[in-house]
Design a protein around this ligand. Structure first.
Ligand code: SIN
Length: 556
């Protein structure tokens, strides 16, 4: 099949849905989701959305908390813009029907999370993401010019450089003309063309063995963009959430930071609190500090987990504030109103990603990105809790304002799009060796957890690089020999995400925020520098003398 719309949106979390809604005022939209429409990280967000709503709060305070958390790598103009414009867009969400907790006097009942100097987290119980996601889906479904394609996995972009050898991939004049996407239902690969495409595919938590992310978080957007020559940055900054439930069946179920916001205390197995030894803010220190402290204490004691104690709160308050967390923990045999919960850190948020400006524009023509997949400069080296929903909301509005300029008909573009060939699977056959796929998934996730986790060393990173490069060769061969499936596409993407994290981590010769390397425990002197990577010439340009260093190129 071949589909033609004015705009293409890939991903259906807060970033994709917000943009789809807004851009649908200017043309037809294809909204592509890999799974069911509501499946993805947004719906699982528990804590909430950080926004200046209280009289005793201010944009300046929110800005300074964000900058402090970002350890010198936030872009201040981006931080100021997103924080300033956020509250108006939060009110748009409320106008669409989103309900956030309120006090008896109708003011917002704001939550507290690590690194915030004020209560500023809007939340809907402990199911904030679900409230936002359902609200946006209702609105999107009411728009006749948004066509929804669920269970479609994007394979790759089709760029001008793919069709015209005189255009260098990812360089000036290159642009996204459309994409190939695999339907899980039919197994067919269709061509989608549009005048502008938004990437809003979320993060890559599945690259790690333990993650709070849903199964959809396989780094698709960053990998697809990378293969098209788009500029990527700061992938070494992967945030680990300090408190996920430690239970073999719980799949790293998140225990929201909001629980610590209500006074929950982290304890060692012997009942001793330990966070005061690491940071004046104790259990509400920024995430990088808390996750590292837990990692250190677990390694020192050999224990499998630490404990989160919220038993000081009256039972009814816990059940009222955290109904979903309470119920889920109970299902796993823990009554959090009576006993401390066993918790461990798990991979949670990709702070780096596809480089965008304040309009969500990437380095490639006609391609925008928003949400976790992008690197705007808001989060720097360590994202402040609950700033991510805000980023998706604001950037998607701004991207729509910019992308609508591309809505006018273009004979040149149509001509180019006509030349896009249908998908051809060549001599590929159905796989009879799925064991390779599942083995490679497991190997990547384990090696990333063991070698590229909360604490790194150059030796571990180099080992990880050797192994992932080898795996990538196998995966690439498999990709060409066998008919593609969602599983193999995700595997290929997760391998690219792993390569990018390792490449960036190897280039950063310092410890900063979420990137902690025992070989370089200090901050590097001088101004903080981003780690940029781009596939075209495989450049890594965070350090001038490494300009021509190569990052393993992927076969297109
Ligand atoms: C949480 O509820 O702790 C997660 C919030 C976030 O990651 O921003």
């Amino acid at each position: 099949m071949r589909y033609s719309h004015d705009f293409i949106v890939i991903g259906s979390g807060i970033a994709g849905l917000t943009y789809a809604l807004k851009i649908s005022e200017f043309g037809s939209v294809a909204l592509i989701a890999k799974d069911a429409l509501d499946e993805g990280a947004t719906r699982y967000a528990q804590g909430g959305i950080a926004s200046v709503m209280a009289d005793d709060d201010s944009s300046d305070l929110h800005v300074s908390d964000t900058l402090e958390s970002g350890r010198g790598l936030c872009k201040e103009d981006v931080v100021r813009c997103i924080i300033k414009e956020g509250p108006a867009h939060v009110r748009d969400l409320i106008d669409l029907g989103a309900r956030f907790n309120r006090n008896p006097d109708d003011s917002f009942a704001l939550g507290q999370e690590g690194g915030h100097s004020k209560r500023r987290i809007l939340h809907a119980g402990d199911l904030t993401g679900l409230e936002i996601e359902s609200t946006l889906i209702r609105a999107v479904r009411s728009k006749p010019n948004i066509e929804i394609f669920t269970h479609h996995t994007v394979v790759d972009f089709i760029t001008r450089a793919n069709l015209d050898p005189t255009i260098a991939p990812g360089e000036k004049d290159d642009e996204v003309l459309g994409l190939y996407a695999l339907s899980e239902e039919t197994g067919d690969v269709s061509v989608f063309v549009g005048k502008a495409t938004l990437l809003a595919t979320g993060g890559a938590g599945k690259v790690y063995l333990y993650t709070s992310n849903p199964d959809t978080a396989s780094g698709d957007g960053v990998a697809i963009a990378w293969r098209a020559g788009v500029r990527i940055a700061n992938m070494e900054f992967f945030q680990f959430h300090p408190t996920c439930l430690y239970h073999p069946q719980a799949k790293s179920f998140l225990i929201s930071e909001a629980v610590r916001g209500e006074g929950a205390v982290l304890l060692l197995k012997n009942g001793k609190p330990f966070m005061e030894d690491y940071h004046p803010l104790g259990c509400l220190a920024p995430r990088d500090v808390v996750a590292r402290a837990i990692d250190y204490e677990m390694k020192k004691s050999g224990d499998d987990c630490v404990y989160l104690d919220v038993t000081h709160l009256e039972g009814y308050r816990t059940r009222e504030c955290f109904p979903n967390i309470y119920k889920t923990c109970l299902q796993f045999g823990f009554d959090m109103t009576k006993e401390p919960l066993p918790v461990v850190p798990a991979a949670h948020y990709m702070c780096g990603g596809v480089v965008v400006d304040l309009s969500g524009q990437t380095s490639l023509g006609r391609l925008f990105a928003s949400g976790e997949v992008c690197y705007s400069g808001l989060h720097g080296a360590n994202r402040l809790a609950s700033n991510s929903l805000l980023e998706g909301l604001v950037l998607s509005h701004r991207a729509a304002v910019k992308a609508r300029e591309l809505a006018k008909p273009s004979a040149r573009l149509e001509q180019l799009q006509k030349a896009i060939p249908a998908w051809d699977s060549g001599h590929a056959v159905d796989s009879d060796e799925l064991v390779i796929v599942s083995h490679n998934w497991d190997e990547i996730r384990r090696l990333m957890w063991n070698y590229v986790g909360i604490v790194r060393t150059d030796k571990r990173l180099s080992r990880a690089k050797r192994r992932i490069d080898l795996l990538m060769e196998e995966i690439t061969e498999y990709y060409w020999n066998f008919k593609i499936t969602r599983n193999t596409l995700e595997l290929r993407n997760i391998a690219v995400a792993a390569q990018l994290i390792i490449a960036c981590a190897l280039k950063r010769k310092e410890s900063r925020g979420l990137h902690y390397n025992l070989d370089y425990p200090q901050l590097q002197e001088g101004p903080a520098i981003d780690t940029f990577v781009q596939e075209v010439r495989a450049r890594v340009i965070n350090q001038p003398e490494q300009k021509e260093d190569t990052v393993k190129a992927q076969k297109n």
